[in-house]
Design a protein around this ligand. Structure first.
Ligand SMILES: [Zn+2]
Ligand SMILES: [Zn+2]
Length: 254
């Protein structure tokens, strides 16, 4: 320590006159003890160094603040990573786990990946699942294409690079809502896999798992019953089956 040459005052708890001593005296250094009081008391009476105590307290308070602010940073980063335009998907998963259709998936470990495009997956594991959700600031493929086409219509002298146009892209309120809806839909879909332990089967071969399909449909309906004001999900987008297969499912009953 660079401060070893500095002296601090060591004071007797009984108010005797103190002494100046090292900030790190040896264990048996006499500055640590009031010899007068020790002689009277018949056992060692230790002196205190208030300056050192204050310094120690300040240090530990600073450490607590540092840890708290590091935790805040991590919390903020995790919240941002789990949010789709302000909708925290961790909360969505908790809400989804309370839907009767998805009770079987409540509390099952899951992971969220963010990327440059929509991909969903994860149902194969049985005891965990994951979803991949597009980054908030990344245009989806269709929007990227529209940006590219718009860029090509610009007069020659105004043309920028496509990447500039993509970088300038900001989602509209409708796009934000659509992304939230899609993210919730993907989550319900994956949780239906976990709740039923079933895959899709193959639509073309008509061997789709009815159990999964029904669970998915019930989960979407239950979500919209309870939470449409927050985010409305579209079963046709993220439900198990579309079109004819979906109608067959419906008429096959609960
Ligand atoms: Zn003393
Ligand atoms: Zn699936």
């Amino acid at each position: 320590m660079a401060t070893t040459s500095k002296k601090v005052r060591w004071e007797c708890p009984n108010g005797c006159s103190g002494v100046l001593g090292s900030t790190r005296p040896r264990r048996d250094d006499v500055c640590r003890y009031c010899l007068d009081c020790s002689g009277k008391a018949g056992r060692l009476v230790e002196r205190r160094a208030p300056a050192l105590e204050r310094r120690r307290e300040a240090k530990s308070a600073a450490r607590v603040r540092r840890v708290a602010s590091a935790k805040d940073t991590i919390d903020r980063r995790e919240t941002a990573r789990h949010s789709v335009h302000g909708l925290d998907l961790r909360e969505v998963v908790r809400m989804a786990g309370r839907l009767p259709a998805l009770k079987g998936a409540a509390g099952v470990p899951w992971e969220l990946w963010r990327g440059k495009q929509w991909v969903r997956s994860g149902h194969a594991y049985g005891n965990s699942w994951f979803v991949r959700i597009i980054d908030d600031d990344t245009p989806d493929a269709k929007t990227r294409q529209e940006i590219l086409v718009a860029w090509q219509r610009e007069p020659e002298e105004l043309r920028g690079k496509q990447s500039d146009a993509v970088a300038r892209w900001r989602p509209t309120e409708d796009e934000k809502r659509a992304r939230q809806s899609k993210a919730v839909g993907v989550i319900l879909h994956e949780m239906a896999h976990i709740a039923t332990g079933k895959r899709h089967g193959y639509k073309a071969r008509k061997d789709g798992a009815l159990k999964f399909g029904r669970c998915c449909q019930r989960a979407f309906a239950q979500w919209n019953d309870r939470h449409a004001d927050l985010v409305e999900v579209n079963e046709k987008e993220e439900g198990a089956y579309r079109g004819r297969r979906s109608r067959e499912l419906r008429s096959s009953g609960e």
